[in-house]
Design a protein around this ligand. Structure first.
Ligand SMILES: *Cc1c(COP(=O)(O)O)cnc(C)c1O
Length: 469
């Protein structure tokens, strides 16, 4: 009780020098709230029997209030160092934009644009027109449309083509993507009726054929983005399904998820059909994400036959799912890079990071460690190991890319303590723990990440040596 009584009054804290300084930069109510939070924390600590902080209580509370103000004033959404090696990491914002997108973004944000003005006629134009031609050129499709994300693209396509009717899907393709995108649920929201065929591991052409009825609206193929069915399996490829559909007047849609415009087999040694290949095979509608393998902003891209796309362009849902102008600008700039494949591979960060050869990563690892060792004291032990990185973002779930890992050890801290400490750094550093070690994958460490790494690891060294004493 007497300890609680020794907690300083707000007024006594307000006159301390650190708080007086805060008042020069922040409003009085803001600082007052921070001081009250700091006092509350102190009260909690005393009640829970924690050791009493040494020194002047006013000063302790004032210092804590300054930290609270600083935390509250820095943005919640902020830069982090991606040391996971996962190039398309949904929790870390998926794809980084190409430099070319910067100007488009800035112009769309800070200037008036012809977003919905047809400059040729002076009449109202369509925002979708700015990328439609480009998408048709890059995929060979007759028509294209872009929306907020691929989940929206699938929803719009199903609602436009199949509401009140049946959509035939293989049981092996009823996917759930992280963040609760589930094919059966999206289907229900669209008003279409799911007609499952085949089994989890094997679905045959005759399964689709037997499902055809007067209410059949669509065959849907869904890319098994984040898992693989292996062993005794059978699936019906898109071209086969198109052939069956044509014979019975049933259109085919493919939700590719992480659709790519370039053939990745030479780049990554894996065999995935490109969007253009599916269009050429006669798939009527293809949907894919803007921020997965394409390497652009969050968007949902729909390409396909003019007839089907016209239905989507007229659907009332489109207005609710529409893409915003900043995204559109970034997407157009990204798509333009694909006119020259070499340029796309060189300038789109997602493709560049995925394609970085392991020898380059090993070299980069040595360079980074040399620089870090000069700055970071010996409490932090840095070693390089070989390992593998994953693509992420619901793309190529089985592919493992050889990489170089930077192991960070800071005895007596455990790997979990190191992970938590670096995650809490001013520029948070995100890595993974494997075999009891905290690891940073060089594949996704960018050149300008070295400075925040230096700061974070130096702070870690201080923490480790203070824990040791
Ligand atoms: C990622 C993915 C989606 C969802 O795309 P978003 O752009 O995240 O909305 C849908 N279907 C498949 C197959 C996917 O891989």
């Amino acid at each position: 009780m007497s300890l609680l009584q020794s907690i300083p009054k707000v007024d006594r804290v307000l006159v301390t020098e650190p708080v007086q300084e805060l008042l020069q930069f922040h409003s009085r109510p803001f600082v007052l709230a921070a001081v009250r939070s700091a006092l509350d924390e102190l009260r909690q600590r005393i009640r829970s029997g924690e050791p009493f902080p040494p020194g002047s209580l006013e000063q302790t509370v004032a210092a804590r209030a300054a930290m609270i103000c600083s935390d509250l004033s820095s943005p919640n959404l902020k830069r982090v160092v991606n040391g996971t090696g996962i190039v398309i990491h949904t929790n870390l914002g998926r794809s980084l934009l190409a430099e070319a997108a910067r100007q488009g973004l800035a112009d769309a944000a800070f200037r008036y644009t012809n977003l919905e003005l047809d400059l040729a006629t002076g009449e109202r134009g369509s925002r979708y027109s700015h990328v439609e031609q480009l998408l048709c050129e890059l995929t060979g499709a007759e028509a294209a449309l872009v929306v907020n994300n691929n989940a929206a693209a699938v929803l719009l396509a199903l609602a436009s083509l199949a509401a009140g009717r049946e959509v035939v899907v293989s049981r092996g393709e009823l996917v759930e993507i992280g963040g609760s995108f589930r094919i059966p649920e999206v289907m229900a929201q669209s008003g279409a009726v799911l007609r499952e065929v085949g089994t989890t591991n094997r679905t045959h052409r005759r399964d689709y054929q037997n499902a055809i009825a007067s209410e059949t609206a669509l065959f849907l193929k869904v890319h098994t983005s984040n898992y693989a069915v292996v062993g005794f399996t059978a699936t019906v490829e898109a071209d086969d399904l198109v052939d069956l559909g044509r014979r019975h007047g049933v259109p085919v849609m493919a939700d590719l998820g992480s659709g790519s415009l370039v053939n990745l087999s030479s780049l990554l040694g894996c065999d995935e059909p490109t969007v253009g290949e599916l269009v050429r095979q006669g798939v009527d509608v293809v949907t894919f994400s803007g921020d997965k393998l394409l390497g652009g902003p969050q968007a949902g891209i729909i390409v396909g036959s003019r007839e089907r796309l016209d239905l989507m362009k007229r659907h009332p849902l489109l207005r609710a799912l529409r893409i915003d102008k900043l995204t559109l600008a970034a997407l157009e700039a990204t798509l333009r890079l694909y006119r020259d494949q070499r340029q796309a591979l060189a300038e789109i960060p997602t493709l560049r990071l995925l394609a970085t050869p392991s020898a380059v990563l090993a070299e980069r690892g040595k360079r980074v460690v040399r620089r870090l060792r000069r700055q970071v004291s010996r409490e932090v032990v840095l070693t390089l190991e070989e390992g593998v990185s994953q693509v992420g973002g619901g793309a190529l779930p089985l592919l493992e890319l050889p990489t170089t890992l930077l192991a960070v050890e800071a005895s007596p801290l455990s790997a979990r303590e190191v992970e938590a400490f670096l995650r809490g750094a001013r520029v948070p550093i995100i890595g993974r723990i494997q075999r009891g070690k905290f690891l940073l994958d060089l594949r996704t460490i960018l050149d300008d990440d070295v400075a925040p790494l230096m700061t974070g690891l130096s702070a870690l060294a201080v923490r480790a040596s203070s824990s040791a004493t």
